[in-house]
Design a protein around this ligand. Structure first.
Ligand SMILES: NC(=O)c1ccc[n+]([C@@H]2O[C@H](COP(=O)([O-])OP(=O)(O)OC[C@H]3O[C@@H](n4cnc5c(N)ncnc54)[C@H](OP(=O)(O)O)[C@@H]3O)[C@@H](O)[C@H]2O)c1
Length: 282
């Protein structure tokens, strides 16, 4: 029996494939553009689109466990296809947004809740990975840092607990290679609370160049983000920052409990991705 990793081109999905290969598991990797995937020869690569459940029929043949992104607006039909194919266990990349009060009426919380409910409602065994904000969100600052060492932000004192994508992948691999995490919903965060300003300072320290925060209004931030991000996300990102100023978000211990290791720090994430912030990446 195989494990299918959907979204194998993604930061988390790619790390899940690597982790499974390292454990000698029979792994299949899917993408909407499988020709872009570069994995060792033993990984079979297939095409599948979450918005086209039919495209999963062949890739799911003989699959026992599945790693799934939640980027699907109408999950019910997809999940029926997964269940009908005989998949036993789905490990879903969800979000800690589902745990917040009012998640049902929050755009982000509601979309993840819908996928979680579709999976559980289909009678599939599940593990819902519920990460908080990713360290990789800092990649959005790479262009400004490369260009003139500036990060424009409306709420630089917003507090986050950024999580490294490799930590999420480690827990996914643990979930996909045993039954210990069946029915579990681990919330995953990094090990430390950091303001956006502190994250910028860590990047500056790692790349060895001055980087300054330029305070901007929400309107300025909205105009800037809108160049790259859909409108609904622009509002969500800015509102999340606004709400996070002066807070003390929870720091989860679930990564350590599951893997026995310390979660990776934001500094480690920057070291792992330093080329994003240096001129060499241009
Ligand atoms: N950023 C955060 O702070 C945060 C927090 C909690 C949860 N999340 C969730 O985490 C996920 C992002 O993870 P990441 O950083 O690993 O993402 P990423 O590197 O941007 O990769 C996204 C992956 O999703 C796959 N995908 C998207 N739409 C698809 C579709 N219609 N059919 C098949 N595959 C599709 C892509 O596959 P192909 O393009 O190859 O088909 C790609 O591999 C998102 O679902 C996000 O909502 C993010």
């Amino acid at each position: 029996m195989s494990i299918l990793v959907v979204g194998a081109s993604g930061a988390v999905g790619g790390a899940v494939v690597e982790g499974l290969v390292g454990r000698g598991v029979d792994v299949r990797a899917s993408s909407r553009s499988p020709e872009r995937l570069r994995f060792p020869a033993q990984v079979s690569v297939v095409a599948a689109d979450l918005r086209d459940p039919e495209s999963f029929r062949a890739p799911l043949d003989g699959v026992e466990r599945l790693f799934l992104y939640a980027d699907v607006d109408e999950p019910e039909e997809l999940v029926s296809t997964i269940a009908a194919a005989g998949v036993r266990h789905v490990v879903l990349l969800s979000s800690s947004a589902v745990t917040f009060p009012g998640a049902e009426s929050d755009f982000n919380g509601a979309r993840f809740l819908r996928v979680e409910r579709a999976v559980a409602g289909a009678g599939l065994e599940y593990t819902f990975l519920r990460p908080g904000g990713f360290a990789s969100n800092a990649a959005r600052w790479s262009w400004g840092i490369q260009r003139d060492g500036v990060v424009p932000l409306p709420h630089p004192d917003a507090v986050q607990v950024p999580v490294h994508e490799q930590d999420i992948a480690d827990v996914a691999v643990a979930a996909l290679t045993g039954d210990a995490l069946v029915g579990r919903t681990p919330v995953l965060t990094g090990p430390e609370r950091l303001t956006l300003r502190q994250q910028v300072a860590i990047i500056a320290d790692v790349v060895g160049r001055p980087v300054r925060v330029l305070e901007q209004t929400e309107a300025e931030a909205s105009a800037m983000l809108s160049e790259h991000v859909p409108a609904v996300w622009v509002e969500q990102i800015i509102a999340d920052w606004r709400r996070a100023v002066g807070t003390a978000p929870a720091v989860s211990d679930e990564y350590r409990a599951i893997t026995g290791r310390s979660p990776r720090t934001f500094r480690q994430w920057v070291v792992d991705h330093a080329r994003l912030f240096t001129a060499a990446a241009r």
